[in-house]
Design a protein around this ligand. Structure first.
Ligand SMILES: [Fe+2]
Length: 373
């Protein structure tokens, strides 16, 4: 397991077992001497939180341990205010997409506060323990809990300056969380492959990452304590995240965001339910993408034509997701069928839905949701 250190735009990426021990030093390299740790209650009180706090040493100015799924706006506000009061100069998001998203959202709020009265600059660093990929993207979502609406914002200044992947920190990540966030990473590859924004570099990266995920996610779910499997999955989820950052997403992610805002169901679990149906919707425009994915999914490329092949690829993806033991239908999450039409309407406002290479009508969005219900 070689130590990886590479720069992607403004993000320094460090991957390897034990690299968390360098966290304080790496933050210093980037100008952060007063880090504020942002994480969830489970990690904060466990050995992972203790290890990261230990690595930050007496430089750590405080810990916020109440990050929540889909980042309620209130939470982002709280973190921003506390970070400002503590004169933090780095927000270190530790955990999955939620704490890292919370750190980004708080950094965004801090910039707004700085606009009105000057305060210290505060950059984001991310230490992931799942495969959600947020650590390398300039994107975050916040949720207005009263309205049940998730908004997704893209802002370059909140792109993490450091993404530190230590597979040792992922050994305690529960298998269901690994499975759902791993499928989210796979969805970043699939949506990147059929995105209009993807160039050849992104496509190559998406295929490489998808290969890693398809090979190592089932193993990492079955043997959560295997360090090599965690390392390989981080290689995959990191590149899947870079694909998301560079190529943008489509109808699948747009629908998952609406569903997440409305129901608070985890993003990764929603990904597992929606992905095969969104892929099927995109069949007419995804010939090349699915042809390239086919061998990675064990689908034989024959001369039957793109439609038959594409259908097999969608079926194989559904089978892969089922094999991980994730919920298969929206009804399994307790979502009432009667809510689907208004969600389909709302989806049309999503930037990701509008960026989908095949135009999406409200009827199309409803058909996908109905099929997944
Ligand atoms: Fe995602």
């Amino acid at each position: 397991m070689p130590l990886v250190r590479r720069k992607e735009g403004d993000t320094l990426i460090v991957l390897g077992p034990g690299v968390v021990n360098d966290l304080r030093h790496l933050l210093r390299e980037l100008g952060g001497t007063r880090p504020y740790l942002v994480t969830g209650p489970h990690l904060a009180d466990g050995p992972v939180g203790a290890r990261v706090r230990g690595a930050l040493g007496d430089g750590l100015v405080g810990t916020y341990s109440r990050s929540r799924p889909h980042v309620p706006e209130q939470t982002a506000q709280e973190v921003a205010q506390e970070a400002r009061a503590l004169r933090a100069d780095a927000l270190v998001g530790l955990g999955g997409g939620s704490p890292i998203g919370t750190a980004k959202a708080a950094s965004f709020r801090l910039q707004e506060l700085r606009g009105s009265s000057p305060g210290p600059a505060c950059f984001v660093a991310a230490v992931p323990t799942t495969y959600a990929g947020s650590e390398v993207t300039p994107v975050f979502g916040t949720t207005d809990l009263e309205r049940g609406r998730k908004s997704v914002i893209r802002s370059e200044p909140i792109r993490p300056r450091l993404a530190l992947y230590d597979p040792e920190l992922a050994l305690d990540t529960p298998s269901d969380l690994s499975a759902s966030t791993g499928v989210n990473a796979l969805a970043h590859c699939v949506e990147g492959l059929y995105s209009r924004e993807a160039g050849e570099a992104e496509r190559a990266m998406a295929l490489r990452a998808a290969g890693r995920i398809l090979e190592y996610l089932p193993r990492s779910v079955k043997e959560p304590k295997n360090l090599l499997y965690r390392y390989r999955m981080f290689e995959g989820s990191m590149e899947a995240g870079l694909v998301l950052a560079n190529a943008g997403m489509g109808v699948h992610h747009g629908l998952c965001h609406v569903l997440g805002g409305r129901t608070n169901a985890p993003h990764g679990v929603l990904n597992g339910i929606i992905l095969p149906y969104a892929m099927r919707f995109n069949l007419p425009i995804a010939g090349r993408a699915y042809r390239e994915l086919a061998p990675l999914l064990g689908v034989r490329v024959s001369d039957k034509g793109d439609t038959a092949l594409g259908e097999n690829v969608c079926e194989a993806t559904a089978g892969f997701i089922r094999s991980l033991g994730l919920p298969g239908r929206l009804r399994d999450l307790g979502i009432p069928r009667a809510d689907l039409p208004s969600m389909a309407e709302e989806a049309l406002e999503s930037k990701s839905v509008r960026a989908n290479p095949r135009p999406v009508t409200a009827r199309d969005a409803l058909d996908i949701l109905e099929a997944a219900w």
